[in-house]
Design a protein around this ligand. Structure first.
Ligand code: AMP
Length: 281
């Protein structure tokens, strides 16, 4: 496994793979890797000849009061984990390598589906994601790119962007990896106090209970209100509880497949989760 920190170095490392038409799989991350990330790499390993993982904490997707400075940077530990799951190349550029010294005048904005859910509380966040993912796609030029369903809205935004702009990349969504108690794995879980960590699985429990209630015929609005009440009673500060179609259109009732979305804070830590509920099964 190689680690490249410059665009030139990465291009040189990938040139023979490109010449021999090997398929390149790409997993973009911000590092501090856990099994959720590693499962994306395992999926890439299954179907691609060469697997590239980027580790880059992208400043332009963080709001002014968010955790960019304190976001955990653990490159050595991440490298060891990646070597074990068969990553071929780590791309770990500096901010300067990615953004250069000159002012950036171009942005990429996916409309409509970025306005609500996480977009409402995090203005500019998805523009920052779209810009960095586009830059990384242009640098790596992968055939396949792997994103987690944990960040469902992000995955939908990337799929939309790739379709709208004819990017020659197949985007693959990978199911959420959870701890045994149901908590969706996240780098931010490390911020939770012991007490909050014990409370955090309530989000997934509430989503699973909602799934059962929906399948038993309860009204969607009541089910969403129940999740909110449950979590609030357990000390969460609920940011949103919403239902959408798989392509993030609004839904009024459970007459099609829906995705249930929760964002809620425990102390200062904001947790997100979602659950796809199929109408047929
Ligand atoms: P991040 O480092 O948080 O930007 O995440 C990098 C990628 O890993 C994104 O595509 C995330 O959706 C994905 N990811 C993070 N946590 C999980 C998880 N628990 N299950 C599946 N994918 C995840």
């Amino acid at each position: 496994m190689k680690t490249e920190t410059t665009i030139q170095g990465l291009s040189a490392s990938l040139s023979s793979a490109r010449q021999s038409r090997k398929t390149i799989g790409f997993v973009p991350t911000m590092g501090n890797l856990h099994q959720g990330h590693l499962n994306l790499v395992r999926e890439a390993r299954k179907i691609c000849d060469v697997v590239v993982v980027s580790i880059f904490v992208n400043p332009i997707q963080f709001g002014p009061n968010e955790d960019f400075d304190s976001y955990p940077r653990t490159l050595e530990q991440d490298s060891n984990l990646l070597a074990d799951v068969g990553c071929d190349i780590i791309f770990a550029p500096s901010v300067e390598q990615m953004y250069g010294k000159n002012k950036r005048l171009t942005t990429i904005s996916v409309s409509e589906i970025t306005n609500d859910l996480c977009g409402a509380q995090r203005p500019g966040h998805f523009d920052g994601v779209a810009v960095v993912v586009t830059k990384l796609f242009n640098i790596v030029q992968p055939n396949f790119a792997f994103f987690g369903q944990k960040d469902y809205q992000q995955l939908a935004v990337i799929k939309q962007m790739v379709q709208d702009l004819n990017m020659p990349i197949e985007v693959i969504g990978v199911p959420i990896t959870r701890a045994e108690d149901g908590l969706a794995l996240s780098s931010r879980n490390g911020y939770l106090s012991e007490e909050h960590r014990a409370t955090a699985p309530a989000i997934y429990k509430a989503l699973k209970a909602a799934e059962t209630d929906l399948k038993n015929g309860q009204a969607l609005t009541d089910v969403l209100a129940q999740i909110r009440a449950d979590l609030t009673a357990q000390g969460f500060e609920v940011d949103y509880v919403e239902a959408r179609s798989p392509m993030l259109q609004t839904v009024e009732q459970f007459d099609q497949d829906v995705v249930l979305f929760v964002a809620a804070k425990l102390g200062k830590t904001r947790l997100i989760d979602n659950l796809q509920v199929s109408h047929s099964a």
